[in-house]
Design a protein around this ligand. Structure first.
Ligand code: AMP
Length: 398
């Protein structure tokens, strides 16, 4: 029996219908530009089912309409969701705050609590709530399960999750490091243990989730002990459009001297920074092409990205003391050999080596990129957040 997984973002909904046991994907798709005008030649909904593509071209005014149209496409493609005997609907929810740290069956109270956490994730949690509400309406009898992006990091040690600010202010406003991409870090670290044929409890790992958003985690014996994202997904690594770490004084400086208000700075740091802010593009394929043409801004963006990444790899090597595996995952981590090689260059003295032929091999499955005799296993492991959410939801409903 299948699970429908919904990842409802601020202007998009990604979804998959899949079997959590076999990992077989029955159908998948994306609703884009919700609430925006139609774009010529670019469908607002693309739905893939058993090798066929179904599209919707009209404007999608809101999430509820988007999901209703998706349900129509399911029916059109021969998988009427109302009749499919769904086991559950699994929802990706970005912020679980202090309240949620396990997959949770959605009730009115749970939905209200997720909504209350919107102050911590204003771009994400409201969209997640709308996605859950719409799915409940369209599939009234099916259990809805929320899976939180912060959950895997709930147990971070106090020293890793505490910001050095006035403790009373922090407590009153929920200011601590929560971490994000937890579903991916947990899934990938589990896959690493399986790939190596070892128990998760025996392994110290660094996982580098490098997508458009990016984060690193240090995992000891299956438990996260540090991660780069914090109160929000803005902290840490340089990302496609986000700055990652910076001197917080920059924010005050810009507000005082650049005629920017807090929303301007928020938009600057979340959407106009990172690789995009430095090189003008945020896709690493584009960035690679620019670097190859000798574009100096693109080169600098790459160097800043790698500098930050190496800083955290170094920090986590020290924190963990002994590292068994370093794993690259997500869009950039799985595909960009240049990033992987630069991230781990000249670390032989720490037992870390990347084999150039393995690193550049075209292979989409979990694999070694370190030589056979290397002390530290360096791996590329595809992430699969949808499968992880589907499995979590199926486990919860039994
Ligand atoms: P994600 O957020 O995990 O979906 O990753 C999306 C990002 O992965 C894109 O913005 C690209 O920067 C990067 N990406 C995807 N495919 C490739 C590729 N073949 N080579 C380099 N980067 C890629």
């Amino acid at each position: 029996m299948n699970v429908l997984v919904i990842n409802s973002g601020s202007s998009s909904i990604k979804y998959q219908l899949l079997d959590p046991d076999s990992a077989r994907v029955v159908a998948a798709g994306v609703v884009q530009r919700i609430g925006e005008p139609v774009a010529e030649g670019s469908p607002s909904i693309e739905h893939q089912s058993e090798g066929r593509t179904f599209e919707h071209d009209g404007e999608v005014p809101d999430h509820a309409t988007g999901l209703r149209l998706v349900f129509d496409l399911f029916a059109e493609s021969g998988h009427d969701l109302a009749e499919a005997g769904l086991r559950a609907v699994g929802h990706r929810v970005v912020h679980g705050g202090e309240v949620f740290y396990e997959p949770t069956l959605v009730t009115d109270e749970v939905l209200e609590a997720i909504s209350q956490l919107s102050a911590l994730a204003p771009l994400h949690n409201p969209a997640n709530v709308v996605g859950i509400e719409s799915a409940r309406e369209l599939l009234p009898g099916v259990p809805q399960v929320a899976v939180f992006d912060t959950a895997f990091f709930h147990g971070l040690p106090a020293a890793a999750k505490t910001y050095a600010i006035d403790a009373k202010v922090a407590a009153a406003h929920g200011v601590r490091r929560y971490g994000f991409h937890g579903t991916s870090h947990q899934y990938v670290s589990g896959q690493v243990a399986e790939f190596l044929g070892r128990e998760p409890a025996e392994l110290n790992q660094i996982v580098l989730h490098l997508g458009n958003g990016a984060s690193a985690s240090a995992i000891r014996g299956g438990k996260a002990v540090d991660t780069t994202m914090g109160l929000t997904p803005l902290e840490g690594l340089v990302m496609g459009t986000r700055s990652g770490d910076l001197d917080p004084g920059i924010i005050f400086h810009l507000i005082r001297t650049a005629d920017m208000d807090v929303n301007d700075v928020d938009a600057l740091l979340n959407r106009q920074s990172g690789i995009k802010g430095l090189a003008g593009v945020n896709d690493f394929r584009e960035l690679g092409r620019l670097i190859d043409t000798g574009d100096a801004a693109a080169r600098l963006a790459f160097d800043v990205y790698i500098h930050r990444l190496r800083r955290y790899i170094g920090a986590y090597l020290v924190e963990l003391g002994r590292v068994d595996a370093i794993t690259f995952t997500a869009g950039v981590g799985e595909n960009d050999a240049r990033v992987r090689a630069a991230a781990l260059a000249e670390l032989e003295r720490f037992g870390i080596r990347v084999d150039p032929a393995r690193n550049t091999a075209k292979d989409r499955s979990a694999r070694y990129i370190s030589p056979d005799d290397a002390e530290v296993a360096v791996l590329v492991v595809p992430t699969n957040e949808e499968l992880a959410i589907a499995r979590a939801a199926a486990r919860l409903v039994g």
